[in-house]
Write a protein that binds this ligand. Structure first.
Ligand SMILES: Cc1cc2nc3c(=O)[nH]c(=O)nc-3n(C[C@H](O)[C@H](O)[C@H](O)COP(=O)(O)OP(=O)(O)OC[C@H]3O[C@@H](n4cnc5c(N)ncnc54)[C@H](O)[C@@H]3O)c2cc1C
Length: 504
């Protein structure tokens, strides 16, 4: 007889690993299998050793903000991971808007913010104009009792210009309360996260910005890079008895007559079927869309509720670097990039340096075109991000020349690129579209049945893409928590033996 697992988790990103970890902590007897399509778990984390491991270039997530990410912070502590604070944030632009095209009130805002971040100041002036009567900005604190419920109420009920805020795009709202110069300046020069390059849902974005505004404690990164987090999580999950199957891609889910599920998986050239009581899809939008034939219509209707934001990182190691240990991150002005980070070699800072260039819209498209194999350009996990492509090398040399205002040719030793738009990810990060009710979509995806015959839910979706803190690990963990709260009623350990048996 084919054995059954209690829960199968699809996707070994941070949400899948966290779910497996939490489930085993609360119900050690559960039979859990985790299937990951790629050669390694970790998802949108990619720490790449460069110069024989003397540098660690992060091509995916780079920092954890403990004030913004309390669940993630607790997970790091539970895993016993040592961390290092990151004291520098991405640099803002030094360029200022044309004062004569601003309103008198906007000019006063900039005078008060003199020497600070002009785009950030104008953004907050606009937000306060739009919803200042609906949120107590002056008395806001992250630890204020009842704040989370108030924020959920704001997300749901806030209104602007006589209409629900969530039905409106952020730039539509700001265009009604700011001058065009202020809107354009904030959109083009703001360093406040990559969602600004499209038109995010105003209610969801303001709720997220409300938290970002109050952040105080410095961000940190695990010692050993983000890969140390993935390694510790994988070790803990395996140690707790979860079976992790790498290079297993879920292709379809079929409901059996008895209500159990058959998972059709691809493993290299072979097919495999695994029987389970429940499945948790810890996947982003594009990976879920690839499963569309298996998903019911109400779930499919939710999938396009989020925007997909492309991100491309390009990095290089340089001999005789043009920067030193105290060089600030660059704003991206003067080069085809969004932002630059510079690191010095810890032992010989004059000898080697690592430059990392972050690119969201529009510059990500320029860099994506420099990948070695367009169409299959995502060098994730199974082969190094490092590249031998001379076009990429030339682009990096020119970017360094533009960034530092020099004509001589930098001496590059290694270089690489990572484009998160390619399969199986389809995006660097996601955000809610205007007009979509994020709370309703999250509730629909958190638990559903495959058939329309009134059966209890057996399928759950979680992950950063459909969460209430997108773009961050915290969103992935929060959505996993939502699924965990729905599970205990039904996820009782089964008593079958050899649950990982697979029939080919
Ligand atoms: C460049 C970049 C920088 C970032 N910086 C930060 C940061 O500094 N701080 C922060 O908190 N967050 C950051 N993020 C966001 C953070 O990386 C994500 O929120 C988080 O990693 C998402 O985890 P997830 O589990 O939801 O999804 P993913 O990490 O996307 O995991 C999904 C997994 O599912 C697998 N998969 C897909 N399809 C299938 C299938 N059919 N069968 C089996 N497996 C499948 C994938 O291979 C992947 O491993 C950044 C993201 C990017 C891209």
């Amino acid at each position: 007889m084919q054995a059954i697992s209690d829960i199968c988790i699809i996707g070994g990103g941070i949400s899948g690993l966290y779910l497996a970890h939490q489930l085993k902590q609360s119900q050690p007897g559960l039979r859990i299998q985790l299937f990951e399509a790629l050669e390694a778990v970790g998802g949108r984390v990619q720490t790449e050793p460069m110069l024989d491991g003397q540098f660690r270039a992060e091509f995916g997530a780079v920092r954890i903000e403990p004030d913004l990410q309390p669940l993630m912070d607790r997970f790091v502590q539970e895993l016993g991971i040592a961390v290092t604070p990151i004291l520098s944030h991405e640099a803002g632009s030094a360029i200022l808007p044309a004062a004569e095209r601003l309103t008198a009130a906007e000019r006063a805002v900039l005078e008060r913010a003199a020497g600070g971040d002009a785009a950030w100041a104008l953004l907050w002036y606009g937000i306060e104009q739009a919803i200042g009567d609906q949120w107590d900005f002056a008395g806001d604190r992250l630890d204020r009792p009842g704040r989370a419920a108030d924020k959920a109420g704001l997300r749901r009920d806030a209104r602007f210009a006589g209409r629900p805020l969530y039905q409106q795009g952020m730039w539509n709202v700001l265009a009604d309360v700011l001058s065009h110069e202020a809107v354009e300046f904030a959109r083009e020069k703001g360093a406040f996260y990559n969602f600004k390059n499209q038109n995010p849902n105003a209610a969801d974005w303001i709720c997220q910005l409300l938290d970002m505004r109050l952040m105080q404690r410095p961000s940190y990164i695990p010692q050993g890079g983000m890969q140390a987090l993935v390694d510790a999580a994988e070790q803990a999950v395996r140690g707790a008895g979860v079976e992790i199957h790498l290079r297993h891609q879920l292709d379809a889910i079929v409901e059996r007559d008895d209500g159990d599920l058959d998972l059709r998986l691809r493993h290299g050239d072979a097919g495999a079927t695994v029987r389970t009581r429940r499945v948790i899809l810890a996947l982003p939008r594009r990976a879920l869309e690839a499963l569309a034939p298996s998903l019911p219509a109400p779930v499919l209707a939710c999938l396009d509720a989020v925007l997909c934001f492309p991100i491309v990182w390009a990095s290089c190691v340089m001999a005789d670097p043009w920067w030193g240990p105290d060089t600030a991150p660059g704003s991206g002005e003067g080069a085809s990039i969004r932002a630059a980070h510079f690191e010095s070699h810890p032992a010989t800072p004059g000898a080697y340096g690592l430059a990392m260039f972050y690119n969201d819209d529009p510059w990500c498209h320029y860099w994506a075109n420099l990948a070695e194999q367009p169409g299959a350009r995502f060098p994730h996990k199974n082969r190094p991000v490092r590249s031998a492509d001379p076009r990429l090398r030339l682009a990096l040399e020119r970017t360094l020349q533009q960034t530092f205002g020099r004509d001589d040719v930098p001496r590059l030793l290694e270089w690489g690129l990572c484009d998160w738009s390619a399969a199986p990810f389809g995006a660097g990060v996601h955000f809610w579209k205007p007009g979509r009710d994020s709370a309703q979509v999250m509730a629909t995806l958190a638990a559903f049945a495959l058939g329309a015959d009134g059966r209890a839910p057996q399928v759950h979706i979680c992950g950063e893409a459909y969460s209430d803190f997108q773009g961050f690990f915290e969103g992935a963990l929060r959505s996993a928590q939502r699924v965990l709260q729905l599970l205990p009623h039904a996820a009782t350990p089964s008593h079958h033996q050899g649950f990982h048996d697979v029939c080919n």
